[in-house]
Design a protein around this ligand. Structure first.
Ligand code: IPM
Ligand code: MG
Length: 366
């Protein structure tokens, strides 16, 4: 019986709620497929701060080191907002985890099933077939990590903060390679998004992507777009994109926009991959919903578990090479959400069946 060894880091607020359901769905699939799940649950984020005094406890990092993949929930929230910025869950747990494992490639599928076209803020007639696009976000460079990153009081008493945007050609090339692979598996269309009319890093980005694609994937249809225009095009006509690739902050912003256009942040899963191989010789990765901890609905049992469940599918695909099982989960989610079982998401019509009932419907569809 194949054994899947992974670390489970539920995190804060709705994190543990949706994780419980994702694990229940996973256990069901595993039983059907004859897979053994070998996982341990560890604190991260606010839970790490509360229970270990640190957002990324050493024991949690050690568990991740010993695993073939990380199934991540979400971290952060009002409870820890008063801590110094550098100690807050997002900056002290999630970002260091991404950096530690060099998870530079973040893959976020933007999917809206045709049956749910009315869940999108875009007029249904503009998206008759729903939406199916992919965001490839560079995840370990740019403004989120560049040094210096400081706040200082100047001699004249004014206060100044600095974030630094740095990109190396090699960093751009490796994320371009990820984007090429994604585009090849789909419609062979790639759009690179930057701000090359203003930023030096974007000038390098555009030149590097152009040269790298010309050399390694000339069969792809490559286009470039400025990020402000891309933000507009994404709401105007999302399916003009197929795969788009962009730097860290632009990807952070555009992926939230993409999720909203696709009807719900509660449906957006993501895979973060790097160069590290796991004990199976496959990609070690971190798999997480991209929607955050949603403190406003935590504890009510209405959070949408779909993104967390779809993150399990991504983990099966990328870290365990179990494509068929991944597709089974994705198909079951699609069946469940298109057959009237919807969560409390406002975007899904406000018809609340709750977190657990949603997972039940997915299990029934498996
Ligand atoms: C995301 C999140 C994170 C990010 C936060 C929680 C640090 O918004 O994964 O998109 O900015 O990358
Ligand atoms: Mg984000």
């Amino acid at each position: 019986m194949p054994t899947l060894k992974f670390a489970v880091l539920p995190g804060d607020y709705i994190g543990p709620e949706v994780m419980t359901e994702a694990l229940r769905v996973f256990a069901h699939v595993a039983k059907q497929e004859g897979l053994t799940l070998d996982y341990a649950i560890a604190d991260v984020g606010g839970a790490g701060i509360d229970n270990h005094g640190k957002a990324l406890p050493d024991s949690t990092l050690k568990l991740c080191e010993q695993s073939d993949a990380i199934l991540f929930g979400s971290v952060g929230g009002p409870k820890w907002e008063k801590l110094p910025p550098k100690e807050q869950p997002e900056r002290a747990a999630l970002l260091p985890l991404r950096k530690h494992f060099t998870l530079f490639a973040n893959i976020r599928p933007g999917l809206l099933y045709r049956e749910l076209a009315d869940a999108s803020p875009i007029k249904s007639e503009r998206i008759p077939d729903g939406i199916d696009i992919v965001c490839i976000r560079e995840l370990t460079g740019g403004l989120y990590f560049g040094q210096p990153k400081t706040t200082t009081t100047l001699p004249d008493g004014d206060v100044q903060s600095i974030d630094t945007m740095i990109y190396r050609k090699s960093e751009i090339e490796r994320i371009t390679a990820t984007a090429i692979a994604a585009a090849r598996a789909r419609k062979k269309k790639l759009c690179s998004i930057d701000k090359a009319n203003v930023l030096e890093t974007s000038v390098l980005w555009r030149k590097t992507v152009t040269d790298y694609v010309a050399k390694n994937a000339p069969e792809l249809e490559l286009s470039h777009m400025y990020v402000d225009n891309a933000a507009m095009q994404l709401v105007r006509s999302p399916n003009q994109f197929d795969v788009f690739v962009t730097e860290n902050m632009f990807g952070d912003i555009l992926s939230d926009e993409m999720a909203c256009v696709c009807g719900s942040l509660g449906m957006l899963s993501s895979a973060s991959l790097g160069t590290r191989k796991n004990s199976l010789g496959l990609s070690f990765g971190l798999f997480e919903p991209a929607g955050g901890t949603a403190p406003d609905i935590a504890g009510k049992g209405i959070a949408n578990p779909c993104a967390q469940i779809l993150s399990v599918a991504l983990m099966l695909r990328y870290s365990f090479g179990l494509e068929k099982v991944a597709v089974r989960i994705e198909t079951a989610v699609k069946k469940a959400v298109t057959s009237g079982t919807r969560t409390g998401d406002i975007a899904f019509g406000g018809k609340s069946v709750g977190t657990k009932a949603m997972a039940d419907a997915i299990i029934a569809a498996l």
